[in-house]
Ligand binder design. Structure first.
Ligand code: ADP
Length: 724
């Protein structure tokens, strides 16, 4: 279908003009099918087609048209922050039509009223769920919800959130669900009362095969021969002038394979490429993981996994798209995340280790990895090849190449998410009694799928009882639910009620003995925190440490036979890390000591920031002692920035992080007064302080330094003199 034909379907002329401007003349067949349904007239639609076959474009046409024609707001839900950023950049294009686009992720305790001014709001499901609970005033203006990666309804820890959002909004707004191909897309569409467009069409043909000891069995029955080792597939792709993406099952394998491949493919690089790659590598921070990354990078290979920092990840993604990096070895997080296609995708592992031992990776996931093969505009076909090691190649062919992906199942059955959702229904969404609760639950995918409320009712009952027992809610003589302050706040803070209960139970001990280790251990013990793993060889030292610090803890040390023992050691390890962090142990040392990656450290710090804030907010409900509250607030700032108490003042200045604050302090600038009175030239002598930083600090105090002339002058004067 030509883009012009969209006019007859009611698409605004301005959209067609901009599509042509973007070089899009013709719609892909599934896009045409999708737009020919009644989606442009407001009917719900589930669009289940492979990655990169143009789902986003359909979403763009539908939402922009709706905004231009009817006004109102679109919420675009994504599963990951990185995807929110990607979509934000893509949708900016529509600002040309006066459409205002915003993105919101972290901070779960806010109404974000500023979003009221925007037409499209991109948010993670968790963030949007928290906005619903806060009853942001603009929520009522939403007339379209787009759920990207709606197949994540079936994801164990995040599915329930998305499911509940859709259950809340399905009678208030149009829903457009974008899905990978799953086993039961019909069922999802039925639940949402939506049309379904399903297709296997791809813009670049996909050829799939299984490799076994030098033989590559293609799905059409043909066989191609290579040297025995699978890395010959990578080398072959490079010989063809193409790139490869290798999926493995662990971070360490990704690193190891990257380094091994690096040695073999360096010869394919041109001199200018080598220079550019070296520049890229030199620009990276020096952490233990980055050392390996740098080595691989200079040879044209990178690994990509959740342990990398954000900067590293985006550098790698950009350099791969540019063609500078030839091979990426990745864990499956990449296949669910950003758009990063390659000519050849190699899947080294089809099993992974879980708590229950080795398990097969689901077909849905492997097919998503395979879907990354083929770069539109560059490749005529993409190739996805699974490596058979001990498995029989024909089994892998049957299961992953020819087989259908699994069905999705509602994850409302996950106790932790369900607990938090039931509380929210009562405290934030006006569900007044058990009957109303059950009525609402009938709108869920869970009910649609199983048609048997009994199990859900049973679970809901035990949760209601838990909430009642622990004073999250009250129940009056007429069986009406009454939200209590603890319940209301817990729900707004987006906490698992079990976390809130742990906090509440610890307040008495905390008041008697407020101290960082005890508090960190408490935070680490909640279900909202993901604690570090403990290796067997670390157990003894950690236990010794716990006994040494026993007087600071708010809980007893469990016996080793106790099932909680290992978990406790993990919590202790996490608490110890946080203690190092606020005592200004340097980042690299922390990464080495705890054998974690940058990405892990920042995930822990992000969680702790939110939990520390929540701890303070809940403590405020329990007749707080001012000095304890003060202690907690200071500790919160310390853990946010990773500083000792003496830096609390300096850290409030713009562009001053833990390193610069420490350098200033050690040079004798101990507080804001010292900075104000100091000559800029003196400040410039401090490590890490350049004119850019000084400019920002001066601006912070309302002093502008617009021209270079003035910058020169400022070196002589002090901020204090400016004030005069
Ligand atoms: P998906 O969301 O299904 O993963 P995208 O919407 O990101 O896929 O599309 C992948 C790429 O294809 C994007 O770069 C997009 O601009 C481009 N594209 C989508 N539709 C068309 C089309 N009809 N003609 C040309 N390019 C298109």
């Amino acid at each position: 279908m030509k883009v012009d034909e969209l006019k007859s379907l009611g698409v605004d002329e301005r959209i067609l003009r901009l599509l042509r401007e973007r070089g899009i003349e013709e719609l892909y067949p599934p896009q045409a099918d999708a737009l020919k349904t009644e989606v442009l007239k407001g009917k719900n639609l589930v669009l289940a087609i492979p990655t990169a076959s143009g789902k986003t474009l359909v979403a763009e046409i539908v939402m922009i048209n709706k905004i231009l024609r009817e006004g109102g707001k679109t919420v675009y839900l994504v599963p990951l922050k990185a995807l929110a950023e990607e979509k934000y950049k893509e949708f900016k294009f529509w600002e040309k039509l006066g459409i205002r686009i915003a993105m919101t992720t972290g901070d779960y305790d806010s109404t974000e009223e500023w979003l009221g001014k925007y037409d499209i709001i991109i948010a993670t499901s968790e963030k949007f769920d928290s906005l619903l609970r806060h009853k942001s005033p603009w929520i009522k203006d939403i007339n379209l919800v787009i759920a990207d990666e709606i197949h994540l309804l079936g994801s164990y820890d995040r599915g329930a959130t998305l499911e509940m959002i859709l259950a809340h909004l399905d009678d208030k707004a149009q829903i457009l669900g974008l899905s990978a191909t799953v086993g039961n897309a019909e069922e999802v569409a039925e639940w949402l009362n939506a049309d379904l467009v399903m297709s296997e069409w791809r813009p670049v043909a996909l050829r799939k095969g299984v490799f076994y000891h030098g033989e590559l069995f293609w799905e059409d029955g043909s066989i191609e021969r290579f040297p025995t080792q699978w890395d010959s597939l990578v080398i072959d792709a490079l010989k063809k002038g193409k790139q490869a993406l290798v999926f493995v099952n662990t971070r360490r394998s990704a690193e190891k394979e990257a380094l091994l491949l690096a040695g073999k493919i360096q010869r394919f690089l041109t001199k200018p490429e080598e220079r550019k790659l070296k520049q890229l590598a030199d620009g990276l921070d020096t952490t233990p993981t980055n050392q390996k990354l740098k080595e691989a990078l200079t040879k044209g290979v990178a690994f990509h996994h959740a342990g990398l920092g954000r900067t590293e990840r985006s550098i790698i993604e950009d350099a791969f798209r540019e063609g500078l990096i030839k091979v990426i070895t990745a864990t499956p997080t990449l296949s669910a995340g950003v758009n990063l296609p390659a000519y050849r995708v190699i899947i080294r592992d089809t099993k992974r280790y879980s708590n229950f031992g080795w398990v097969d990776i689901p077909v849905l996931e492997i097919q998503q990895m395979m879907g990354r093969a083929g770069r539109p505009k560059y490749d005529i076909e993409g190739q996805a090849i699974i490596i058979a090691k001990t498995e029989k190649p024909e089994d892998l062919m049957k299961r992953y190449v020819l087989g259908k992906p699994e069905k999705l199942f509602s994850m409302l059955s996950n106790e932790a998410s369900f607990r938090s959702q039931v509380l929210a229904l009562i405290t934030n969404f006006g569900v007044g009694n058990f009957k109303e609760l059950v009525n609402f639950l009938e709108r869920t995918f869970y009910y649609h799928q199983r048609k048997n409320l009994e199990a859900l009712e049973g679970k809901a009952k035990s949760i209601v009882y838990f909430l009642f027992e622990n004073e999250f809610i009250d129940i009056d003589l007429n069986d009406q639910f009454m939200p209590l302050p603890l319940g209301i706040r817990t729900s707004q803070l987006y906490l698992d009620p079990v976390t809130a209960k742990k906090f509440k139970d610890a307040f008495e001990k905390l008041e008697k003995n407020p101290n960082p280790l005890g508090i960190f251990q408490l935070l680490a013990s909640t279900p909202d925190m993901s604690s570090l793993r403990v290796k067997r060889k670390e157990q003894e030292d950690l236990l010794d440490y716990a006994y040494e610090m026993e007087e600071y803890l708010y809980q007893n040390i469990p016996y080793w036979e106790d099932y909680k023992f290992e978990k406790f050691l993990g919590e202790t390890k996490t608490a110890k890390l946080l203690l190092d962090w606020i005592n200004e142990v340097n980042d690299v040392k922390i990464l080495e000591t705890y054998e974690i990656d940058t990405g892990d450290l920042y995930r822990i710090l992000e969680l702790v920031d939110w939990l520390m804030y929540s701890l303070i907010e809940l403590y405020k409900l329990f007749d707080p002692k001012p000095e304890v509250l003060d202690f907690l607030k200071k500790l919160h700032i310390r853990v946010k920035h990773g500083v000792r108490e003496e830096l609390l003042e300096l850290i409030t200045l713009p562009m001053i992080g833990r390193k610069r604050a420490r350098a200033l302090y050690n040079a004798g600038f101990k507080g804001i007064d010292d900075i104000v009175r100091a000559k800029a030239s003196e400040l410039l002598k401090v490590e890490g302080i350049g004119i850019g930083v000084i400019e920002k600090i001066y601006q912070h105090f309302g002093v502008e330094l617009p021209t270079n002339e003035k910058k020169k002058k400022v070196k002589k004067g002090t901020l204090d003199e400016f004030f005069k």
